[in-house]
Every structure is written in structure tokens, then in C-alpha cells.
Design a protein around this ligand. Sequence first.
Ligand code: NAD
Length: 285
Amino acid sequence: MSSPESTGCPNVQMPNRDTLKILQGQKALVTGANSGIGMGVALALGEAGADVVVNYRSKPEVAEQVVEKIKGFGSNALAIHADVSKEDEIQAMFAKMVETFGTIDILVANAGLQRDAPIDEMTLDQWNAVITVNLTGQFLCCREAIREFKRRGVRPEVSCAAGKIICMSSVHEIIPWSGHVNYAASKGGVMLMMKSIAQEVAPHRIRVNSICPGAIRTPINKAAWDTPEAYDKLMKVIPYKRIGEPEDIAHAAVWLASDHADYVTGTSIVVDGGMCLFPGFAENG
Ligand code: NAD
């Protein structure tokens, strides 16, 4: 079990597109969709029948590979460049999406980064970089999506809701994280931003939720899993004794975006192999 090669649960497959396309006809936008969790979510939404905008800030060639894979599922896809911290770029991206796909039904505000430092060494640039992308970037995307959801209203042929938003938060909206105060503050901010937006827009039949991943095998946290020593250390805080894979988050995202979750709003769904279960107390503290 204690190997960086350890995979997720191979028995769980995404629904086969020929038998179950629960997001058929819906239009989705995933930010930061050319890496890690965002890529996994974009592929899963496409496989479940949604047409997907693959947002990227760098590496356009990888974004195009994601687009081609989604098209292989029979869904449409389009790569759009935008830095989520720039208001004009976000607005241009949404305008391009509406022009191309007609509207938006699902937003996954996923793009994020870390700039780690001890608090007494953290620069204002490090603080601002994380808050601007992880929190302000999600605010800007949520606002633009809600403007379109409210303008258009429910499309009963594709969903009971006028729109669905999934904010990519983290277990660090719950667990304090020494050496990462900017990141933990950004995710704590996402939690109350998400809940406040959810409260405000529920009467418009717009659902807003978060996913809180634990440790997922992506480039953002490579140092935590890419050697046997690091992996063994990581397992001390994961009761389920495996690292998460982007697919573990993608399964939750497809469900949250679908009408199967139609009565779910304002909730943080923790997907963490038990990391939030205070593993330090597992043997009586
Ligand atoms: P990643 O580094 O693989 O992907 C991050 C993505 O965000 C990349 O595509 C990157 O280009 C994009 N991005 C960064 N800044 C951007 C900007 N200004 N504009 C547009 N795109 C930008 O990391 P990941 O693990 O896939 O992270 C995705 C999300 O999941 C983040 O919000 C992260 O905080 C969250 N998360 C990850 C983990 C984990 O263990 N991997 C755990 C909890 C939460």
C-alpha cells in the first residue's frame, strides 16, 4: 500500500457514455482544466455528456489534448485562455463561451495555486498571488456565471436548476495549515463565499457547492507523494491509506453538477480518505 504508484479504486468507472449521460446537453466551464483535478473534472463532465470549455492560463497544447479527448467522448469542447485573476479576461472568456455554446449550465471554479512560506517570511506578493487567484478568481467566475444563469433561467430540457457552481476548495477550509497561511485563508474564504452566494441565489434555482479535496496526486503537491519516504509520511494523515486521484474528485463533481444532487446547495463535500477525521486521535489521542 505504501507506494507512490498506488492507484485509486479501479472498480469505479465513470458512467459509460452510451448507457448513462447524465449531463447530456449541458454546457460546462472548468477553470485550470489542463492539469490535475481540473483536467480530471473536465474529462468526466465531457464523458457524462456536457460540452466543456477547457480554461487554461499556460500550456495551450495540453489544453488542446484535453479538448480532443472530450471530443472523443462525443461531446463538444473548446480551449479558452484566461487568467482567472483578471476581470477583463474572465469576462471575455464567458462572452466567448456564450457566443460558441449559447450559454453556461455548470461552472467548476477550480484554478488555484500555492506560494508557501513561514508567516514571518511571507511576502505581500506571495499573499496576494494566492488570494487573488484562489479567492478573487473564484468570485469573478461565480459572478459571471450567475449573471448568465439569472438572465436565462431554467432550461428544463437539460436540468431542474438554472445553474450549478462547484467551487474547488480544500480540506484546508477546515484544517489550519502552518506554513501556508495564504492558502488556508483563501480556502476558508471560499467556504463562506460559496455559502453566502448559495443562500443569495437559491431562490433563482441556482445551486452552489464546494468540493474539499484531501491529498490528490497532482503537480501542486508533488513533493508530498513522489518519493516512497514522502508517501509514507503522507499516509500518517490519511486513514484510508491511499492518496486520492483526480478521478475521485471528478466523480463527486459529476454528481454535484447533475440533477441527482438537485436538493444539495451550500454544502462542502469533503473527499479526503478521512484526512479530516483527526487521525492523530485514531489510537486514543
Ligand atoms: P494543479 O497545479 O495541477 O492545477 C492547477 C491549475 O490551475 C493549473 O491548470 C493552473 O494552470 C491553473 N491556474 C493557476 N493559476 C491560474 C490563473 N491565474 N488563471 C487560470 N488558471 C490558473 O493543481 P490541482 O491539485 O489540480 O489543483 C486544482 C485545485 O484543487 C486548486 O484550487 C487546489 O487548491 C485544489 N486542491 C488540490 C488538492 C491536491 O491535493 N491536489 C487538495 C485540495 C485542493
